[in-house]
Design a protein around this ligand. Structure first.
Ligand SMILES: NC(=O)C1=CN([C@@H]2O[C@H](COP(=O)(O)OP(=O)(O)OC[C@H]3O[C@@H](n4cnc5c(N)ncnc54)[C@H](O)[C@@H]3O)[C@@H](O)[C@H]2O)C=CC1
Ligand SMILES: O=C(OP(=O)(O)O)[C@H](O)COP(=O)(O)O
Length: 338
C-alpha cells in the first residue's frame, strides 16, 4: 500500500484525493489547504482526510474556524511515497525544492511548464517514460483530451498533421470573479496556443498546431479537430477504434447529447462522484474521413479528465505496475470509468 499526499485541495486536488482513496493499492495520507474554507472543513469532517496547511502562519485561522489540522505541508510529505502537487501554477515550481529536500517523488499538473519536470505524462501515449522516475507532469485537461483521441487514431490512420480549434470554458463553476460573461475571447490571441506544443511532450514527433478561445461557460471545453492522415481508412474504422478505447466515449447528438450541457446532464445520470465525466466524449456524427482528411469534434470535462491520469502516474513513478493498460484498467474499475 503506497502513501500519497495531495498538496493543494482545490478543483483537481480534491478529486485526485477521492480517486486515490478508491484504489486498493494506495492510500491518502494527507491533503493540504491554505485557507479554512468549506473545502478544508469537508476534507476533515466529511471525508476524514488528515489536513495539513500550506502556509504555517495561518494555523490560528484554522484553529479559530474549528478545523483540526495535522501539521504543515512539510510534515505531510515526510510520510509520503509520492506527492501530487495540485497547487496553482505559480506555487508548484516553488515546491520542487521542498520535495527534493524531503526525497519525495512528485507529480505536477498541466498548469506547470513541461520544463519544470522535463517529463510529461499521459497514460495511453507515454506511460513508460515516467516509469520509476522522480518527477512528472500530467498534461492539462485539454492536452489530455487531444492526446487520448489522437493516440487512438494514429496507429490505424498514421497521422501526418493535426490542426485544432479549442473552445475553452471561461472559468470553473466556483470562480465567480473570472469571465468572460458576454464575449468570445481569443485566448491566447497568438497562435499556437500551448496545447499543440504540449501534445508533443507526450506524443513524440506529432505535427500539431492549435488555436484557442474562451467562451462564457463553466463546464466543459470543446475541440474541433482536423487531421491529415497517410493511410486510406474508412470513417467506420475510426469510430470502431474510438469505441474500443476506454476513457473515450463515442456519443450521439441525435440521442440528446448534442451539447456540452447535455453531456454534463448525462454524467449526472451515470451517478458519478461530483457528476464527473472522466471520459472524452466524441460526437459520432462529427467523425468523417474525406479523402486524406479526418474531421471530428469532442468535449472535455475540465475538472475530471486528468484525475485517472494522476492515478496511473502514481503507479508509473512508484513502479507499482509496468503495463500501462493494466494500470488504466485497474484505475477505471475502481472509479467506474467506461
Ligand atoms: N481547473 C481545471 O480545469 C484544471 C486545472 N488543472 C491544473 O491543476 C492545477 C490546480 O488547478 P485547480 O485545482 O483548478 O486550482 P484551484 O485553485 O482550484 O486549487 C488550488 C489549491 O491549491 C491551494 N494552494 C494555494 N497555494 C498553496 C500553497 N502554497 N500550498 C498548498 N496549497 C496551496 C489552494 O488553496 C487550492 O486549494 C493547476 O496546475 C491547473 O492548471 C489541470 C486540468 C484542469
Ligand atoms: O488546463 C486547463 O485548461 P488549458 O488546457 O486550456 O490550459 C484547465 O482547464 C485549467 O485552465 P486555467 O488555467 O485557465 O484555469
Amino acid at each position: 500500500m503506497k502513501s500519497v499526499a495531495i498538496n493543494g485541495y482545490g478543483t483537481i486536488g480534491k478529486r485526485v484525493a477521492d480517486a486515490v482513496a478508491a484504489q486498493d493499492d494506495m492510500k491518502v495520507i494527507g491533503v493540504s489547504k491554505t485557507r479554512p474554507n468549506y473545502e478544508a472543513r469537508t476534507a476533515v469532517e466529511e471525508k476524514g482526510y488528515d489536513l495539513y496547511i500550506g502556509i504555517p502562519e495561518r494555523a490560528n485561522q484554522f484553529k479559530e474556524a474549528g478545523i483540526e489540522i495535522a501539521g504543515t505541508v512539510e510534515d505531510m510529505i515526510q510520510e509520503a511515497d509520492v506527492v501530487v502537487d495540485c497547487t496553482p501554477g505559480t506555487i508548484g515550481p516553488q515546491n520542487l525544492e521542498m520535495y527534493k529536500k524531503a526525497g519525495v517523488k512528485a507529480i505536477y499538473q498541466g498548469g506547470e511548464d513541461h520544463e519544470l519536470t522535463g517529463l510529461s505524462f499521459n497514460a495511453i501515449s507515454n506511460y513508460d517514460d515516467s516509469y520509476g522516475k522522480d518527477y512528472t507532469r500530467v498534461v492539462s485537461c485539454n492536452t489530455t483530451g487531444l492526446t487520448r483521441t489522437l493516440s487512438t487514431i494514429d496507429p490505424i490512420a498514421d497521422i501526418k498533421k493535426v490542426r485544432a480549434v479549442m473552445v475553452r470554458r471561461g472559468s470553473d463553476p466556483s470562480e465567480v470573479k473570472k469571465g468572460p460573461i458576454n464575449s468570445i475571447v481569443p485566448n491566447p490571441p497568438k497562435v499556437p496556443s500551448h496545447h499543440g506544443p504540449d501534445v508533443k511532450t507526450v506524443m513524440e514527433g506529432i505535427d500539431v498546431t492549435t488555436m484557442a478561445l474562451l467562451v462564457p461557460t463553466t463546464l466543459m471545453h470543446q475541440h474541433n479537430i482536423m487531421v491529415e492522415i497517410n493511410n486510406e481508412i474508412e470513417t467506420q474504422e475510426i469510430i470502431d477504434a474510438l469505441e474500443k478505447r476506454s476513457r473515450v466515449l463515442v456519443v450521439d447528438a441525435g440521442e440528446g447529447l448534442g451539447s456540452t450541457a447535455e453531456l454534463m446532464e448525462y454524467a449526472k445520470e451515470l451517478g458519478r462522484n461530483r457528476n464527473d465525466l472522466y471520459e472524452i466524449p466524441v460526437w459520432r456524427e462529427s467523425i468523417n474521413v474525406v479523402g486524406n482528411e479526418l474531421y471530428y469534434m469532442q468535449a472535455v470535462h475540465q475538472e475530471s479528465d486528468v484525475v485517472p491520469e494522476n492515478i496511473d502516474a502514481i503507479r508509473a513513478l512508484l513502479e507499482m505496475e509496468s503495463d500501462n493498460e493494466k494500470s488504466i484498467a485497474k484505475t477505471n474499475k475502481a472509479m467506474g470509468i467506461l
